[in-house]
Design a protein around this ligand. Structure first.
Ligand code: 13P
Ligand code: SF4
Length: 350
Protein backbone atom coordinates (compact mmCIF):
# COMPACT_ATOMS: atom_id res chain seq x y z
CA UNK A 1 0.00 0.00 0.00
CA UNK A 2 0.96 3.68 -0.49
CA UNK A 3 3.98 4.30 1.83
CA UNK A 4 2.81 7.83 2.51
CA UNK A 5 -0.56 6.59 3.76
CA UNK A 6 1.13 3.89 5.83
CA UNK A 7 3.31 6.55 7.47
CA UNK A 8 0.31 8.81 8.13
CA UNK A 9 -1.73 5.97 9.67
CA UNK A 10 1.23 4.94 11.82
CA UNK A 11 1.76 8.51 13.04
CA UNK A 12 -1.93 9.13 13.76
CA UNK A 13 -2.27 5.86 15.63
CA UNK A 14 0.82 6.59 17.70
CA UNK A 15 -0.50 10.07 18.54
CA UNK A 16 -3.77 8.56 19.78
CA UNK A 17 -2.10 5.79 21.79
CA UNK A 18 -4.44 3.84 24.08
CA UNK A 19 -7.31 6.24 23.38
CA UNK A 20 -8.04 4.29 20.20
CA UNK A 21 -8.58 0.58 19.68
CA UNK A 22 -8.77 -0.71 16.12
CA UNK A 23 -10.71 -3.90 15.41
CA UNK A 24 -10.31 -5.68 12.05
CA UNK A 25 -12.54 -8.41 10.65
CA UNK A 26 -10.70 -11.18 8.77
CA UNK A 27 -12.31 -10.08 5.49
CA UNK A 28 -10.64 -6.67 5.61
CA UNK A 29 -7.92 -5.69 3.15
CA UNK A 30 -4.29 -6.33 4.15
CA UNK A 31 -3.60 -2.59 4.00
CA UNK A 32 -6.16 -2.14 6.80
CA UNK A 33 -5.48 -5.34 8.76
CA UNK A 34 -1.88 -4.22 9.38
CA UNK A 35 -3.23 -1.46 11.64
CA UNK A 36 -5.68 -3.62 13.60
CA UNK A 37 -4.95 -4.07 17.32
CA UNK A 38 -6.95 -7.26 17.12
CA UNK A 39 -8.31 -9.28 14.22
CA UNK A 40 -11.11 -11.79 14.48
CA UNK A 41 -14.37 -13.27 13.32
CA UNK A 42 -17.52 -11.47 14.31
CA UNK A 43 -17.80 -13.34 17.61
CA UNK A 44 -14.26 -12.58 18.73
CA UNK A 45 -14.58 -8.94 17.71
CA UNK A 46 -17.80 -8.53 19.72
CA UNK A 47 -16.01 -9.99 22.76
CA UNK A 48 -12.98 -7.78 22.19
CA UNK A 49 -15.06 -4.62 21.83
CA UNK A 50 -16.68 -5.38 25.19
CA UNK A 51 -13.29 -6.10 26.77
CA UNK A 52 -11.78 -2.63 26.17
CA UNK A 53 -13.75 -0.21 28.37
CA UNK A 54 -10.73 2.13 28.62
CA UNK A 55 -10.48 2.91 24.91
CA UNK A 56 -12.27 6.16 24.11
CA UNK A 57 -12.66 5.29 20.43
CA UNK A 58 -13.31 1.88 18.90
CA UNK A 59 -12.50 2.07 15.19
CA UNK A 60 -14.34 -0.86 13.65
CA UNK A 61 -12.86 -2.06 10.38
CA UNK A 62 -15.72 -4.31 9.36
CA UNK A 63 -19.34 -3.69 8.42
CA UNK A 64 -22.21 -1.70 9.90
CA UNK A 65 -23.93 -4.47 11.91
CA UNK A 66 -20.62 -5.26 13.64
CA UNK A 67 -20.13 -1.63 14.63
CA UNK A 68 -23.70 -1.50 15.94
CA UNK A 69 -23.08 -4.58 18.08
CA UNK A 70 -19.88 -3.03 19.39
CA UNK A 71 -21.79 0.14 20.32
CA UNK A 72 -24.33 -1.95 22.23
CA UNK A 73 -21.61 -3.86 24.09
CA UNK A 74 -19.35 -0.90 24.96
CA UNK A 75 -19.85 1.74 27.65
CA UNK A 76 -21.86 4.90 26.96
CA UNK A 77 -18.66 6.98 27.16
CA UNK A 78 -17.04 5.05 24.31
CA UNK A 79 -17.59 5.92 20.67
CA UNK A 80 -17.66 3.33 17.91
CA UNK A 81 -16.53 4.54 14.51
CA UNK A 82 -17.05 2.93 11.09
CA UNK A 83 -14.45 4.38 8.68
CA UNK A 84 -16.91 4.28 5.74
CA UNK A 85 -20.62 4.58 6.50
CA UNK A 86 -21.43 2.78 3.23
CA UNK A 87 -19.90 -0.47 4.55
CA UNK A 88 -23.17 -2.33 5.04
CA UNK A 89 -24.10 -5.97 4.51
CA UNK A 90 -26.55 -7.17 1.90
CA UNK A 91 -27.52 -10.13 4.07
CA UNK A 92 -28.34 -7.92 7.06
CA UNK A 93 -30.46 -5.74 4.74
CA UNK A 94 -32.57 -8.78 3.81
CA UNK A 95 -34.36 -8.73 7.18
CA UNK A 96 -36.25 -5.51 7.91
CA UNK A 97 -37.93 -5.10 11.30
CA UNK A 98 -41.42 -4.47 9.88
CA UNK A 99 -41.31 -7.68 7.85
CA UNK A 100 -40.10 -9.69 10.83
CA UNK A 101 -42.84 -8.27 13.03
CA UNK A 102 -45.45 -9.14 10.40
CA UNK A 103 -44.19 -12.74 10.40
CA UNK A 104 -44.22 -12.89 14.20
CA UNK A 105 -47.79 -11.55 14.37
CA UNK A 106 -48.79 -14.32 12.00
CA UNK A 107 -47.12 -16.87 14.29
CA UNK A 108 -49.06 -15.35 17.20
CA UNK A 109 -52.35 -15.67 15.31
CA UNK A 110 -51.52 -19.30 14.54
CA UNK A 111 -50.70 -19.95 18.20
CA UNK A 112 -47.09 -21.01 17.55
CA UNK A 113 -45.24 -17.91 18.77
CA UNK A 114 -45.18 -19.16 22.38
CA UNK A 115 -43.19 -22.25 21.46
CA UNK A 116 -40.93 -20.43 18.97
CA UNK A 117 -37.53 -19.01 19.93
CA UNK A 118 -36.20 -16.29 17.62
CA UNK A 119 -32.51 -16.59 16.83
CA UNK A 120 -30.67 -14.04 14.77
CA UNK A 121 -27.28 -14.31 13.18
CA UNK A 122 -24.94 -11.51 14.22
CA UNK A 123 -25.24 -10.37 10.60
CA UNK A 124 -28.45 -8.43 11.20
CA UNK A 125 -29.38 -4.88 12.17
CA UNK A 126 -29.63 -3.78 15.81
CA UNK A 127 -33.42 -3.52 15.26
CA UNK A 128 -33.60 -7.23 14.55
CA UNK A 129 -31.42 -8.05 17.56
CA UNK A 130 -33.76 -5.88 19.63
CA UNK A 131 -36.76 -7.85 18.35
CA UNK A 132 -35.01 -11.09 19.30
CA UNK A 133 -34.12 -9.78 22.77
CA UNK A 134 -37.71 -8.65 23.39
CA UNK A 135 -38.92 -12.12 22.50
CA UNK A 136 -36.43 -14.01 24.69
CA UNK A 137 -34.21 -15.27 21.90
CA UNK A 138 -30.50 -15.20 21.25
CA UNK A 139 -27.91 -13.87 18.81
CA UNK A 140 -25.48 -16.34 17.25
CA UNK A 141 -22.44 -16.20 15.03
CA UNK A 142 -21.01 -18.78 12.70
CA UNK A 143 -18.74 -20.01 15.49
CA UNK A 144 -21.49 -20.71 18.03
CA UNK A 145 -24.63 -21.41 15.95
CA UNK A 146 -24.93 -24.98 17.20
CA UNK A 147 -24.65 -23.94 20.83
CA UNK A 148 -27.22 -21.20 20.26
CA UNK A 149 -29.63 -23.68 18.66
CA UNK A 150 -29.07 -26.26 21.42
CA UNK A 151 -29.95 -23.59 23.97
CA UNK A 152 -32.97 -22.45 21.93
CA UNK A 153 -34.39 -25.95 21.67
CA UNK A 154 -34.23 -26.18 25.46
CA UNK A 155 -36.45 -23.06 25.60
CA UNK A 156 -38.97 -24.04 22.92
CA UNK A 157 -39.81 -26.57 20.23
CA UNK A 158 -39.31 -24.29 17.20
CA UNK A 159 -36.71 -21.78 16.08
CA UNK A 160 -37.33 -18.75 13.88
CA UNK A 161 -33.88 -18.22 12.34
CA UNK A 162 -32.89 -14.82 10.88
CA UNK A 163 -31.62 -13.77 8.35
CA UNK A 164 -29.25 -16.43 6.91
CA UNK A 165 -31.15 -19.47 5.69
CA UNK A 166 -27.90 -21.30 4.96
CA UNK A 167 -26.33 -20.98 8.39
CA UNK A 168 -29.64 -22.06 9.93
CA UNK A 169 -30.15 -25.02 7.62
CA UNK A 170 -26.52 -26.16 7.67
CA UNK A 171 -26.36 -26.09 11.45
CA UNK A 172 -29.69 -27.86 11.97
CA UNK A 173 -29.18 -30.55 9.33
CA UNK A 174 -25.44 -31.14 9.33
CA UNK A 175 -24.65 -30.55 12.99
CA UNK A 176 -27.87 -31.43 14.81
CA UNK A 177 -29.20 -34.26 12.70
CA UNK A 178 -32.44 -32.57 11.60
CA UNK A 179 -34.11 -33.58 8.35
CA UNK A 180 -34.26 -31.08 5.52
CA UNK A 181 -38.05 -31.38 5.87
CA UNK A 182 -37.83 -30.04 9.42
CA UNK A 183 -36.85 -26.68 7.87
CA UNK A 184 -39.18 -24.35 5.98
CA UNK A 185 -38.26 -21.16 4.16
CA UNK A 186 -40.15 -17.99 5.07
CA UNK A 187 -40.15 -15.56 2.15
CA UNK A 188 -40.94 -12.04 3.42
CA UNK A 189 -42.06 -10.97 -0.04
CA UNK A 190 -44.92 -13.50 -0.14
CA UNK A 191 -48.14 -13.39 1.87
CA UNK A 192 -47.69 -15.46 5.05
CA UNK A 193 -44.11 -16.13 3.96
CA UNK A 194 -45.36 -18.37 1.14
CA UNK A 195 -46.10 -21.11 3.70
CA UNK A 196 -49.28 -22.89 4.70
CA UNK A 197 -50.41 -22.92 8.32
CA UNK A 198 -49.70 -26.62 8.41
CA UNK A 199 -46.13 -26.17 7.19
CA UNK A 200 -45.53 -23.57 9.88
CA UNK A 201 -47.07 -25.77 12.59
CA UNK A 202 -44.97 -28.79 11.60
CA UNK A 203 -41.65 -27.04 11.07
CA UNK A 204 -38.90 -27.15 13.66
CA UNK A 205 -36.80 -24.50 11.92
CA UNK A 206 -38.46 -21.54 10.23
CA UNK A 207 -35.67 -20.06 8.11
CA UNK A 208 -35.78 -16.48 6.87
CA UNK A 209 -35.11 -16.18 3.18
CA UNK A 210 -31.78 -14.35 3.43
CA UNK A 211 -28.30 -15.24 2.27
CA UNK A 212 -24.80 -13.88 1.78
CA UNK A 213 -24.24 -12.85 -1.81
CA UNK A 214 -20.50 -13.51 -1.49
CA UNK A 215 -20.72 -17.08 -0.13
CA UNK A 216 -23.76 -17.75 -2.31
CA UNK A 217 -21.48 -17.72 -5.34
CA UNK A 218 -19.84 -21.04 -4.47
CA UNK A 219 -21.67 -23.95 -6.07
CA UNK A 220 -21.48 -27.72 -6.06
CA UNK A 221 -19.78 -27.36 -9.45
CA UNK A 222 -16.99 -25.34 -7.82
CA UNK A 223 -16.42 -28.22 -5.38
CA UNK A 224 -16.55 -30.96 -8.02
CA UNK A 225 -14.34 -28.98 -10.33
CA UNK A 226 -11.56 -28.41 -7.78
CA UNK A 227 -11.66 -32.05 -6.70
CA UNK A 228 -11.09 -33.02 -10.32
CA UNK A 229 -8.26 -30.53 -10.85
CA UNK A 230 -6.46 -31.09 -7.54
CA UNK A 231 -6.49 -34.70 -6.39
CA UNK A 232 -6.51 -35.02 -2.59
CA UNK A 233 -7.60 -31.41 -2.07
CA UNK A 234 -9.32 -30.56 1.23
CA UNK A 235 -12.43 -28.44 0.75
CA UNK A 236 -12.95 -25.98 3.60
CA UNK A 237 -15.97 -23.68 3.56
CA UNK A 238 -17.84 -21.13 5.64
CA UNK A 239 -21.35 -22.16 6.82
CA UNK A 240 -22.87 -19.20 4.93
CA UNK A 241 -22.36 -21.32 1.79
CA UNK A 242 -25.31 -23.17 0.27
CA UNK A 243 -26.33 -26.46 1.81
CA UNK A 244 -25.15 -28.66 -1.09
CA UNK A 245 -21.75 -26.95 -1.03
CA UNK A 246 -21.30 -27.44 2.72
CA UNK A 247 -22.49 -31.02 2.44
CA UNK A 248 -19.90 -31.73 -0.25
CA UNK A 249 -17.09 -30.01 1.68
CA UNK A 250 -14.65 -31.74 4.03
CA UNK A 251 -14.62 -29.05 6.71
CA UNK A 252 -16.94 -26.20 7.65
CA UNK A 253 -16.49 -23.34 10.08
CA UNK A 254 -16.29 -19.63 10.83
CA UNK A 255 -13.46 -17.46 9.57
CA UNK A 256 -11.58 -18.00 12.83
CA UNK A 257 -12.00 -21.79 12.40
CA UNK A 258 -10.78 -21.58 8.80
CA UNK A 259 -7.61 -19.76 9.90
CA UNK A 260 -6.88 -22.30 12.64
CA UNK A 261 -7.44 -25.23 10.26
CA UNK A 262 -5.06 -23.76 7.68
CA UNK A 263 -2.45 -22.90 10.33
CA UNK A 264 -2.57 -26.49 11.58
CA UNK A 265 -2.54 -28.13 8.13
CA UNK A 266 0.57 -30.16 7.25
CA UNK A 267 3.09 -28.77 4.77
CA UNK A 268 2.38 -29.93 1.25
CA UNK A 269 -1.38 -30.32 1.77
CA UNK A 270 -3.84 -28.72 -0.65
CA UNK A 271 -6.82 -26.62 0.43
CA UNK A 272 -9.67 -25.09 -1.56
CA UNK A 273 -11.30 -22.46 0.63
CA UNK A 274 -14.85 -21.20 0.22
CA UNK A 275 -14.90 -17.83 1.89
CA UNK A 276 -14.05 -14.21 1.15
CA UNK A 277 -11.01 -13.63 -1.03
CA UNK A 278 -9.02 -11.20 1.15
CA UNK A 279 -8.81 -13.89 3.82
CA UNK A 280 -7.98 -16.71 1.41
CA UNK A 281 -5.20 -14.67 -0.23
CA UNK A 282 -3.74 -13.68 3.14
CA UNK A 283 -3.67 -17.32 4.25
CA UNK A 284 -2.05 -18.42 0.97
CA UNK A 285 0.70 -15.80 1.43
CA UNK A 286 1.20 -16.77 5.08
CA UNK A 287 1.64 -20.46 4.21
CA UNK A 288 3.78 -20.79 1.07
CA UNK A 289 4.51 -24.42 2.05
CA UNK A 290 0.83 -25.33 1.60
CA UNK A 291 -1.28 -25.11 -1.54
CA UNK A 292 -4.10 -22.77 -0.47
CA UNK A 293 -6.49 -21.72 -3.21
CA UNK A 294 -9.84 -20.03 -3.65
CA UNK A 295 -12.70 -22.49 -4.10
CA UNK A 296 -14.15 -20.71 -7.12
CA UNK A 297 -12.54 -19.72 -10.39
CA UNK A 298 -13.96 -16.19 -10.32
CA UNK A 299 -12.80 -13.62 -7.77
CA UNK A 300 -15.20 -12.86 -5.01
CA UNK A 301 -14.58 -10.06 -2.52
CA UNK A 302 -17.20 -8.73 -0.17
CA UNK A 303 -17.61 -5.33 -1.80
CA UNK A 304 -18.86 -3.65 1.37
CA UNK A 305 -16.05 -5.03 3.55
CA UNK A 306 -13.69 -3.73 0.88
CA UNK A 307 -15.04 -0.21 1.18
CA UNK A 308 -12.89 0.23 4.27
CA UNK A 309 -9.53 0.96 2.70
CA UNK A 310 -6.37 2.65 3.89
CA UNK A 311 -7.44 6.17 2.79
CA UNK A 312 -10.64 5.82 4.88
CA UNK A 313 -8.66 4.57 7.87
CA UNK A 314 -6.11 7.39 7.60
CA UNK A 315 -8.90 9.95 7.35
CA UNK A 316 -10.62 8.49 10.41
CA UNK A 317 -7.48 8.43 12.56
CA UNK A 318 -6.39 11.92 11.50
CA UNK A 319 -9.83 13.32 12.26
CA UNK A 320 -9.55 11.84 15.76
CA UNK A 321 -6.11 13.39 16.21
CA UNK A 322 -7.61 16.74 15.16
CA UNK A 323 -10.27 16.41 17.86
CA UNK A 324 -13.18 15.55 15.58
CA UNK A 325 -15.04 12.23 15.82
CA UNK A 326 -16.33 11.10 12.41
CA UNK A 327 -18.82 8.37 11.44
CA UNK A 328 -20.00 7.48 14.94
CA UNK A 329 -22.39 4.50 15.02
CA UNK A 330 -25.05 4.82 17.71
CA UNK A 331 -27.94 2.53 18.47
CA UNK A 332 -30.83 4.22 20.27
CA UNK A 333 -31.05 3.28 23.94
CA UNK A 334 -34.42 1.50 23.70
CA UNK A 335 -33.26 -0.77 20.86
CA UNK A 336 -29.86 -1.25 22.49
CA UNK A 337 -31.44 -2.34 25.78
CA UNK A 338 -33.27 -5.25 24.13
CA UNK A 339 -30.49 -6.13 21.68
CA UNK A 340 -28.05 -6.30 24.62
CA UNK A 341 -30.22 -9.00 26.22
CA UNK A 342 -29.91 -11.16 23.08
CA UNK A 343 -26.17 -10.45 22.73
CA UNK A 344 -25.49 -11.13 26.42
CA UNK A 345 -27.41 -14.37 26.08
CA UNK A 346 -25.03 -15.33 23.27
CA UNK A 347 -21.94 -14.36 25.27
CA UNK A 348 -23.25 -16.49 28.15
CA UNK A 349 -23.76 -19.63 26.03
CA UNK A 350 -21.88 -22.59 27.53
P1 13P B 1 -17.72 -14.78 10.79
O1 13P B 1 -16.90 -13.59 11.12
O2 13P B 1 -18.62 -15.13 11.93
O3 13P B 1 -16.95 -15.94 10.30
O4 13P B 1 -18.73 -14.34 9.61
C1 13P B 1 -18.33 -14.10 8.33
C2 13P B 1 -19.06 -12.99 7.72
O5 13P B 1 -19.70 -13.10 6.71
C3 13P B 1 -18.99 -11.72 8.34
O6 13P B 1 -19.71 -10.84 7.61
FE1 SF4 C 1 -22.46 -9.55 4.61
FE2 SF4 C 1 -21.60 -11.66 3.22
FE3 SF4 C 1 -20.17 -9.43 3.23
FE4 SF4 C 1 -20.33 -10.94 5.45
S1 SF4 C 1 -19.39 -11.50 3.51
S2 SF4 C 1 -20.53 -8.70 5.32
S3 SF4 C 1 -22.46 -11.69 5.29
S4 SF4 C 1 -22.27 -9.68 2.39
Amino acid sequence: SDPNLVARATAAKAALGDRVFVLGHHYQRDEVIQFADVTGDSFKLAQQAAARPDAEFIVFCGVHFMAESADILTTPAQQVILPDLAAGCSMADMAVLGQVQTAWEHFEDLGIAGETVPVTYMNSSADIKGFVGRNEGVVCTSSNAKRALDWSFEQGSKVFFLPDQHLGRNTAVLEMGFDLDDCVLYDPHKPQGGLTDEQLRNARMILWRGHCSVHGRFTLDSVNDVRERVPGVNVLVHPECRHDVVQAADYVGSTEYIIKALDAAPAGSAWAVGTELNLVRRMALAHPDKQIMFLDKTVCYCSTMNRIDLPHLVWTLEELVAGRVPNVITVDEETAKHARVALDQMLALP
